[in-house]
Design a protein around this ligand. Structure first.
Ligand code: OOG
Ligand code: MG
Length: 260
């Protein structure tokens, strides 16, 4: 059995971030990279960022909608972390020169009010622990060549997390059925797609419950004050200098990212 050096691969990915360049997929270099090792590389990568002075703002899910799974050719959700340094406001300029080949996608974002953990966590428990649900736009930036990856690759790469714009309106859970909240995503005034919360595995709160159950495998959980990105209900679009991407939500107001 080959021993996989998680810290080595974490440094490999962090160097790609620091040098703003694409790197070859890890799966292409380690045959059959197990998911547990991919998550261990992710942990080492996030630990390295924390050691460099960052902190955690929360967690995220990726690949929780058919639109995203089909766009990326990966048919299972993945979990990652949101560093505090990556969080931006509801209307934000995103410096694309700091990134490799960024894309933007709309997000349903849960603002967690109470600590939440447990291997049997349900969507109802998620709603009870949630203070507000707001809209967002995530800037994703795979560190891999041509934005192509396998499931273990994207897990190791902290699910392509790069920046997260967090809306400032939103609703308390219970004020509306999240599965019916509608999002229209436009780029430079052209509508790219419309979807409701139901696009996220049937229910965005169930996505967050899946994340909590995943974290329980390592005795972890969500903390009060964290945010959770439940995943994009629509495919991602390229973000270049001058691109203006707008996510308009029926109950959450607008979130706007501008590439500069
Ligand atoms: C992986 C991250 C996916 C989402 O919301 O589905 C993600 C990627 O597409 O690069 O964040
Ligand atoms: Mg996302």
């Amino acid at each position: 059995m080959t021993v996989i050096d998680h810290r080595h691969w974490a440094r490999y990915l962090q160097l790609a971030v620091d040098e703003r360049r694409e790197v070859q997929g890890i799966g292409a270099q380690i045959d059959g990279l197990p998911l547990d090792d991919a998550y261990a590389i992710q942990d080492a990568l996030v630990a390295e960022k924390m050691f460099a002075g960052d902190s955690l703002a929360g967690a995220k899910l990726g690949l929780t909608s058919k639109a995203k799974q089909e766009q990326m050719g990966v048919d299972e959700p993945a979990y990652g972390w949101v560093p505090a340094s990556s969080v931006l406001g509801a209307h934000a300029d995103v410096d694309v020169c700091e990134l490799i080949h960024p894309r933007v996608e709309p997000e349903f974002v849960f603002l967690i009010g109470d600590d939440l953990s447990g291997a049997d966590c349900t969507a109802d428990q998620v709603l009870d622990a949630t203070e507000r649900v707001v809209g967002g736009i995530e800037v994703i930036d795979s560190r891999y060549e041509a934005f192509k990856f396998t499931l273990p690759d994207v897990i190791a790469d902290n699910t392509s997390a790069a920046r997260a714009l967090i809306g400032d309106q939103g609703i308390a859970p219970g004020d509306a059925d999240l599965t019916t909240v509608e999002c229209t995503f436009s780029v430079d005034g052209e509508v790219k797609g419309t979807a409701t919360g139901a696009a996220l595995l049937g229910d965005p709160a169930e996505c967050v419950a899946m994340l909590v159950r995943h974290l329980a495998r390592k005795d972890r959980g969500l903390r009060a004050g964290w945010l959770v990105l439940a995943g994009a209900p629509l495919g991602a679009e390229p973000l270049g200098v001058g691109t203006v991407a707008t996510a308009s939500y029926s109950h959450f107001g607008d979130v706007v990212a501008r590439g500069v």
